[in-house]
Design a protein around this ligand. Sequence first.
Ligand code: NAP
Length: 285
Amino acid sequence: MLSANNPYGNVVLLTGASSGIGRSTAILLAKNGFRVYGTARNVGENEDYQNGFIHMIKMDVCSDSSVLEAVTQVLNIEGKIDILINAAGMGISGAVEECSAQDAFNQFNTNYFGIIRTIGAVLPLMRKARNGLIINISSVGGIFSIPFQTLYSSSKFALEALTEGLRIEIAPFNVKATLIEPGDIKTGFTKARIFSYKSDDSVYGERFHAAIAQMEYDEQNGKPPETIANAIMRVIRKKNPPIRTVVGAMYKAFVFFKRIMPSRLVEFVMTQMYPNSKKKSVRDV
Ligand SMILES: NC(=O)c1ccc[n+]([C@@H]2O[C@H](COP(=O)([O-])OP(=O)(O)OC[C@H]3O[C@@H](n4cnc5c(N)ncnc54)[C@H](OP(=O)(O)O)[C@@H]3O)[C@@H](O)[C@H]2O)c1
């Protein structure tokens, strides 16, 4: 179904639908009549709303075959996917020196290669249909590199580049791609964070703990995930979605600040905000 409110259609494939931003988005879309195929490794019950629904499918974005199987399931039911929302993601924290190449691969495997996999499976169909929207959930951490969460920021910087280039490649086929850049949001992300911190003897110990304490404080005192779901809904209603949507006035100001301020000043502010933060660690890592 195409409508003025929704130029793409109502069949949505949404990764990361079991928690946080993905879950809130699934509920909002289903309540608005979308047929949401939500995916995650841990799937709960299907849910029916007045006109729409959430149908959960098990999928690990780190597995080629799992992604292909999930996409095939949706196609067997619907014959098409109008909107792909890539919300699955997680964060690995640690000093770069104490992260292995395997840690970096694991970070990229979920946040970047996972999106390569879903796009690879869905884009050929959208291209043939000459219709589609791909929404990639990036982060303000994809604009500012967050110290001691540098692998995560790297994966989001890469996602920014991916989406910018992809938009140009797919434009002739009437398929759109767009980035959503949340700031700190209160979700399961904090609890799911993986640490590559090695030992209490680490030369980074105090500054690492300070940076993590600040991040966890900001996330747990952040806006609810519904704010991002609302931003996603607004983008879905746009025929020509923007390249990026920063969500929230404060984060918009931060991003503007980065654009106009000298890089060394931005670096000074990041240093004060994270490794020099006075927040107490909220957990033992
Ligand atoms: N929370 C924040 O402050 C914040 C800020 C900026 C950007 N973001 C981004 O927003 C997105 C959603 O995160 P969130 O905050 O909503 O975190 P969340 O509550 O932890 O949700 C993460 C979702 O991703 C899924 N997931 C993780 N690894 C997966 C895998 N290998 N295969 C399939 N699904 C996987 C999880 O489901 P299963 O574990 O069941 O698989 C879960 O549904 C992420 O891309 C994150 O980087 C979050």
